[in-house]
Design a protein around this ligand. Sequence first.
Ligand code: ZN
Length: 218
Amino acid sequence: MDGIKRARQQVLEAGREMLKKGLVAATWGNISCRVEGENCIAITPSGMEYDILTEEDIVVVDMQGKVVSGHRRPSIEVPLHLHLYEKREDIGAIVHTHSTYATALACAHKHISPIVEELAQVAGGDVRVAKYALPGSQLLATNVVTALRDRYAVLLANHGMIGVAKNLKEALKVCEIVEKGAKITILCNVIGQPVPISFDDVQTMRRTYVTDYGQRET
Ligand SMILES: [Zn+2]
């Protein structure tokens, strides 16, 4: 199987998972991943329901945003995805959701502190809020890259959130954990004040998560 076909399948699968997990409604949100061995990305099309998408609906664009394969219009957030890939070579996949609790905090312009361990592990620290800019704009792309910096998740003011990782499976997990972290943050604020994990402990957990977590192949 070639890289383009594989990337299209992975984007398709992640879209269905994102919908199943309740991280988006209808056609909102978007997903992309790098195409292995090629200087291009596979991305969801603009305004199509995730559950009816087929492999052919996934659009392949080059790093200048030109469609190189596919007959659909790509997501309007192509500039945002491309800017992230350009600035972060460690990123292989991007998932953008409008999940409820993360969006609630994004609308209040409140960041998520690393208050739970799994959030510290996958996000690598607090989840900052990128300044508001219109969807699809180059300014949104700039604001997101600025706020994300060295992290793996970022909130988009009055909009939603983004999870990034080396692959789509991991990026989707980041979005799920951030949504859970956002929910816990809101609940914590109801009963008291959230107490973040120390910077050093967050760093240690992130390192352990990246190098030692899970089952290792022998
Ligand atoms: Zn959006």
